[in-house]
Ligand binder design. Structure first.
Ligand code: DP6
Length: 392
């Protein structure tokens, strides 16, 4: 009898925010970077993508549904991920004739984020990590997270770091084939579980210049960038790994802030220049400086990616001081958790800083370091092969 079964696997994957930034490709096709990078994986209780991968002989096409909407699967990067995963499955099937021929079946991939798209957070890292992990589970591939990171990297560079929890490095590698450009765990979340992140959402709009095209322009035109990849990043990678190993927050914070500054400086040095930070972002920088000045030591660190949202890292022990500086300005916004409500710290912001933050931040997200992808038995595809929504 023909096999008409619907095979399924589901996984969740986290968002990560880099503290040593990936910016620049040395090979755009294989998505190989010009420098190594390091990130903190954020808790999936607050930010995660849930993806079900399914396949069946009854499916006619490869289909991807993202937050309920059909999404393009024909892009070269997605195709590279699907091809690599199918090739690995084929290899298993050719060694064991009893295995169902999943590699020849069409895929239905259904994916949902637990955070509003309107939060303006880049979700490609969590999205590609979840896609790759879910298909690898569906195919029962014996691949390790590091092996899968080589595939996810081809979908989106930063996605390779979302295959792990905790503190994660993407080693740039030196081989032309990219086989040594992969993610490794620097330390699990349990090594330094007190790490928290407050995200100030400054704009929910889609970014003006995509990371992919922005970094290509920087590589092609910025002189400062050459110094960044040759000297600045190698030093920062080492200092950051040492800071994480020693759980040294002031050192972690200084590298984080210097890295963000260095990355945005190379964006400004791109010709024509690229600006991701805006007045609200700059006010957040001043706010963090005011918090650290009031504390008499470094208790908070800002970082910005290819958009204006501020991510502020701090330790649980500094919670009242850090959250209490922002809460009185932003108490009406969504996103505060119970523990933060009513907090008020001594920190005083300049009027211009306070008013830029009050008028420019549209929501907050309170989160912290978290775990890597998790297998789940919540399915977004029914046993009959129909998409189902958990949010409906
Ligand atoms: C600023 O991973 O989105 O967030 O590989 O072209 O998909 P592509 O780029 P992407 O770039 C992320 C850049 C960054 C820094 C970082 O996450 O390291």
């Amino acid at each position: 009898m023909a096999d008409t079964k619907v095979y399924r696997a589901s996984t969740t994957a986290p968002v990560n925010i880099a503290v040593v930034k990936y910016w620049g490709k040395r090979d755009a096709k294989l998505n190989l970077p010009t420098n190594s990078s390091l990130s903190v994986t954020l808790s999936q209780a607050d930010l995660r993508t849930l993806t079900t991968a399914s396949c069946s002989t009854t499916f006619n096409d490869d289909v991807l549904l993202l937050n309920g909407e059909p999404s393009d699967l024909t892009g070269a990067r997605t195709q590279a991920c699907l091809r690599e995963l199918r090739t690995r499955r084929e290899a298993l099937e050719s060694k064991d004739a009893s295995l169902p021929k999943l590699s020849a079946m069409r895929l239905l991939l259904v994916s949902e984020n637990n955070f509003p798209t309107a939060a303006g957070l880049a979700s490609s890292a969590a999205g590609f990590a979840a896609l790759v992990r879910a298909i690898a589970d569906l195919y029962e591939l014996p691949s390790s997270p590091t092996e899968l990171s080589l595939i996810a990297r081809q979908g989106s560079g930063s996605a390779c770091r979302s295959l792990f929890g905790g503190y994660v490095a993407w080693q740039m590698g030196s081989q032309a084939d990219g086989l040594d450009s992969r993610a490794v765990e620097v330390a699990p979340a349990s090594h330094w579980p007190e790490m928290r992140a407050l995200i100030l959402v400054a704009s929910a709009a889609k970014k003006g210049v995509s990371s992919t095209s922005g970094m290509q322009q920087t590589v092609a035109t910025s002189g400062l960038f050459q110094q960044r990849i040759a000297d600045v990043v190698p030093r920062n990678m080492q200092s950051m790994q040492d800071a994480v190993a020693a759980r040294d927050f002031p050192a972690f914070a200084e590298v984080t802030m210097r890295e963000s500054n260095s990355f945005h400086a190379t964006c400004a040095d791109t010709y024509p220049p690229i600006f991701y930070m805006n007045d609200v972002s700059r006010a957040a920088v001043r706010a963090v400086e005011a918090i650290n000045a009031a504390a008499g030591k470094t208790v908070a660190a800002y970082t910005f990616d290819a958009g204006p949202n501020a991510v502020i890292y701090y330790l649980e022990e500094s919670r009242d001081l850090v959250l209490g500086a922002f809460y009185p300005l932003l108490e009406k916004l969504e996103g505060w958790k119970d523990g933060a409500k009513g907090l008020k710290s001594e920190v005083q912001f300049d009027e211009a800083v306070a008013s830029a933050i009050t008028s420019g931040v549209s929501r907050v997200i309170m989160t912290g370091v978290g775990e890597g992808p998790q297998k789940t038995d919540v399915y977004l595809v029914s046993e009959e092969g129909k998409p189902v929504s958990t949010s409906a």
